[in-house]
Design a protein around this ligand. Structure first.
Ligand SMILES: N[C@@H](CCC(=O)N[C@@H](CS)C(=O)NCC(=O)O)C(=O)O
Length: 230
């Protein structure tokens, strides 16, 4: 299909909704935004591309990646930047520069962790082989050491910025959740990190997020696991 036709189709599928999240049919980097929209009860179109649909539009995307967020025809790219936009848009972003700096550092550190995870154990969120889990364990534990200390020393309770919930809470929560799903051999993975555990609980028990987690759509990776289990 020619690029212009692919663009036209993307345009048609998104223009009728004021807000469209475009990602794959999986959790990956898109899930953080879905969590935030669920929390804020924001109506949006959850556009889930197949690999070939993605390849048809890749060159048209600002950085050749998804997720992108289409806001009434303006395409916003990059999860970290989308979170800044969402935080400001929904008035859930710190106004103080030092707090903002710390929040952006959490966002960046969580992306570092995600990249290490993706490189080492893949992009999924369901159990990987025990051998891979064993190899990845020290990487997570190392990250958790710094995360825990940052939460402790900067008042990260119950959220990263104290009482202010932000889209970055969804981002950090999500990568910890995906890692937990992969690390089935270590059900107590976070137990020795009280601040981390409290953070995870604070986010997952927000009423709208709890409701979303109960019913969230299966992605390809879950479906494969379910099929294998049945
Ligand atoms: N730093 C970017 C990374 C985006 C990214 O790598 N997205 C992946 C999916 S999670 C992607 O589009 N992969 C396909 C490709 O790059 O061709 C962000 O946070 O948005």
């Amino acid at each position: 299909m020619k690029l212009s036709l692919a663009l036209l189709l993307l345009y048609i599928s998104t223009v009728f909704s004021a807000l469209t999240l475009v990602y794959f049919d999986g959790r990956g980097r898109g899930e953080q935004h879905r969590l935030f929209f669920a929390d804020q009860q924001v109506a949006y179109t959850d556009k889930r591309l197949t690999g070939s649909q993605f390849m048809q539009i890749k060159k048209s995307l600002p950085w050749g990646h998804v997720p992108v967020l289409n806001v009434s025809g303006t395409v916003l790219a990059d999860t970290a930047a989308i979170n800044v936009y969402l935080g400001r848009q929904y008035n859930l972003w710190p106004s103080d520069s030092f707090t903002e700096q710390r929040l952006v550092a959490y966002a960046s550190a969580s992306e570092d962790l995600r990249e290490q995870k993706n490189d080492m154990i893949g992009t999924g969120w369901t159990p990987v082989s025990p051998d891979l889990q064993r190899k990845f364990l020290p990487i997570v534990q190392d990250w958790l050491f710094y995360f825990e200390r940052n939460l402790k020393t900067t008042g990260g309770n119950p959220y990263l910025c104290g009482t202010l919930f932000t889209p970055v809470d969804c981002r950090v929560w999500d990568i910890l959740d995906q890692i937990y799903g992969c690390m089935s051999q270590y059900p107590n993975l976070y137990d020795n990190y009280p601040m981390t555990s409290a953070f995870r609980k604070a986010v997952s028990t927000r009423p709208n997020i709890a409701k979303y987690l109960e019913n969230r759509k299966l992605g390809i990776s879950d479906a494969v696991v379910e099929e294998a289990e049945n």
